[in-house]
Design a binder for this molecule. Sequence first.
Ligand SMILES: Nc1ncnc2c1ncn2[C@@H]1O[C@H](COP(=O)(O)OP(=O)(O)O)[C@@H](O)[C@H]1O
Ligand SMILES: [Mg+2]
Length: 357
Amino acid sequence: MKIILLYGGQSAEHDVSILSAFSVLNAIYYNYYQVQLVFIAKDGQWVKGPVLTEKPTSKDILHLTWSTNGASGDFTGTAIQPGDIKEEDAIVFPLLHGPNGEDGTIQGFLETIDMAYVGAGVLTSACGMDKIMTKYILQAAGIPQVPYVPVLKNQWKENPKQIFEQCEGTLLYPMFVKPANMGSSVGISKAENREELQQALEEAYRYDNRAVIEQGIEAREIEVAILGNEDVRTTMAGEIVKDVAFYDYNSKYIDNNIVMQIPAQVPDEVQEKAQEYAKNAYIMLGGSGLSRCDFFLTNKNELFLNELNTMPGFTQFSMYPSLWEKTGLQYGDLIEELIQLGLNRYKQRTNFLTDVK
Ligand SMILES: Nc1ncnc2c1ncn2[C@@H]1O[C@H](COP(=O)(O)OP(=O)(O)O)[C@@H](O)[C@H]1O
Ligand SMILES: [Mg+2]
């Protein structure tokens, strides 16, 4: 069977995706699979690369070169249209993070061309990526989260004073202001007063017309990994130990001043609660395949669900695979499980659709 590995992408996490792809290529069971590389360049161009039948020796293989104007040369890939990836007897592994990768758009495209794929479906991806939708769903499920105020750009433009009053009536400074549909901490800022709140909103609206303002809290950050379709499994909790108060883009990807602690040093009840909330949130969001569920934990052991990432960082050293590894599922076996889950969901969906005809 062929795995079509889609990597790169147009989001801020382009480089993270390449690292994840290299890890996956090193762990796939080549006695069952061959891997078709398909790279999405930063400008959105899709590029078909080589088919691998064994582990690559170097990361260089992922950095494809191609021509879009028919020029001849020593290219390692060919510019293609997205629909050209369609093949029988293949499953797509969309190893893409952020907008246009993790937000349901790629997933919808893969449904449209009738291909099996790894990971969450359209609804879960779209809702998991959208911070306002996630909050509404968590609220409906009765899962604790920090207080928040959703604010559309138009509402802000029309009456900033009313928005200030609404925020200050509901929340205390510091507040966290976030574009609803981003990721990687892009466009997120912390506001200590009205002036900063104004700046933070202007910044958020550079990325989205919808923003959410949250109660800022001092908290540890703990995460639980989830795997499964109908049968949902969770891991022990892990902690992201920061030496910075705000886990922003630089600390996530550039400074690397983050340490993972697995298992998280938390009381058993906290861990069990985190697993229960993670599982319920996943089920409410219609999860399939995988997700990483992130929480805030205060020093009074209050737990607040922050978000579900439907395509979490997936290098061998990332939190999601590390949590499974500590739970007894090796990286290669984890990839195999994800492929089987993707195939099962595809079969099930195909049956639902044909039963209707
Ligand atoms: N309400 C909050 N209180 C305190 N810190 C927060 C809050 N919201 C976000 N943060 C900090 O900002 C980081 C990024 O926010 P998050 O909601 O996880 O966005 P992203 O989707 O970009 O990962 C978090 O990991 C945390 O360090
Ligand atoms: Mg986050």
